[in-house]
Ligand binder design. Structure first.
Ligand SMILES: [Zn+2]
Length: 374
């Protein structure tokens, strides 16, 4: 039996989500705090931080003030633009290459760079990244395990190499979307141990196999804690200083950069939005597997975020989730299977291996159905 949050529509099958005795999830409770926060005060705190960063750059004769982990999507582009054009920092944008580039995301990255940014693209050995994607899709139903390690490691490694002591991340995922918040400080500054424990889940050194050597895994290894403290690296969440909303970020970017492209199909398969996760074709499979494992799709994910920001009514969210959550990611499916080097039969076997039997049941005509839906 799946229970759904009474305020948003997130099911309790989502990992690390906790409901209170009123049936409200921790993401909703955290979002309520956003409406009580003194954002003017937070902005002042940000201005002071920026002053410190600028002074530090002058004192240490640095070229770059900070690193921004940058996918080219609405959120990281919004941060890059604000830091450069509103706060006059010189950020270095660091992108960890998508597994299967989506032309829309690549175009948006090129467009932003035209506005005058320095950037570094970290592109790991494509044979290895493909092998890792296949391996983790089979083993964990998640082709992006290694990629996730890569996007965590790359900006930090670049920051250390260039002696840049500040990194600006987007949102604190655990508090925004339901999960563990170890302490209040963690909402402001990124705790490296939290990153390793909750996001990577394990160490790339464990991935050495017959055909993958230690050296092959270099792009995925998080730098040593000792090196990080040597540079006195500090990583901040933008969402601590400014009220976080994916819709506001999109509107900001679209306004400053009208050429920002959204999904040419007007809507991304599995949801009702057209402006999110546009840089990697493998994302469609990633979200579909979330649906298999946890029983909720992209429409639920997107609408919960909007409910929490008072941008959508719950009844509307229910309609959208019913309509789109189960939609199969047909658009790039063939290309993704070819990339992973598996056939349809193998794909179906892997999907069923990861299907959560507590939330799925086989129906009379031999089709899978969720035990209960919203
Ligand atoms: Zn909720």
């Amino acid at each position: 039996m799946i229970n759904f949050c009474k305020k948003c529509i997130m099911p309790d099958s989502r990992p690390r989500i906790v409901f209170n005795n009123m049936g409200i999830c921790n993401a909703c409770l955290n979002s309520e705090k956003k409406f009580l926060t003194d954002w003017k005060k937070r902005e002042q705190e940000f201005v002071e931080l920026i002053e410190n960063i600028k002074n530090n750059s002058i004192k240490n004769n640095l070229y770059y003030d900070c690193v921004v982990p940058w996918s080219g999507g609405k959120d990281s582009s919004c941060i890059a633009m604000k830091l450069k054009f509103e706060y006059n920092l010189n950020p270095l944008l660091v992108t960890f290459s998508p597994l299967i580039e989506n032309s829309c995301g690549t175009y948006n990255r090129h467009e932003l760079l035209k506005m005058g940014f320095d950037s570094i693209l970290v592109k790991p050995n494509q044979i290895i990244s493909k092998k890792l994607a296949k391996r983790f899709f089979i083993e964990r139903g998640d082709p992006k395990v290694a990629w996730n390690a890569g996007i965590n490691a790359a900006p930090v490694r670049v920051a250390l190499n260039y002696n840049i002591p500040y990194v600006f991340y987007a949102e604190h995922g655990e508090s925004e979307y339901g999960g563990l918040v170890l302490s209040k400080d963690n909402l402001k500054q990124r705790d490296i141990r939290e990153v390793i424990e909750h996001q990577i889940g394990d160490f790339p050194e464990n991935w050495i196999s017959e055909d993958i050597s230690k050296k092959d895994l270099a792009p995925y290894v998080y730098p040593d804690e000792s090196k990080i403290s040597e540079v006195k690296l500090k990583a901040y969440y933008f969402s601590y200083f400014f009220k976080w909303s994916m819709l506001d970020n999109f509107n900001y970017v679209k306004n400053k950069m009208p050429s920002f492209k959204t999904n040419p199909n007007k809507r991304t398969r599995g949801t009702f939005t057209d402006f999110d996760s546009l840089d990697d074709k493998v994302d469609c499979l990633y979200y579909y597997m979330q649906y298999i494992k946890f029983g909720f799709g992209r429409a639920t994910r997107d609408s919960c975020r909007m409910i929490q920001n008072n941008q959508m009514e719950r009844s509307e969210a229910i309609k959208l989730a019913r309509k789109y959550d189960s939609e199969f990611p047909v658009d790039d499916f063939d290309e993704v299977l070819k990339y992973l080097d598996i056939n349809t039969e193998e794909f179906n076997e892997i999907v069923d291996k990861h299907r959560n039997n507590e939330i799925w049941k086989s129906s009379v005509n031999n089709k899978w159905e969720l035990v209960n839906t919203i």
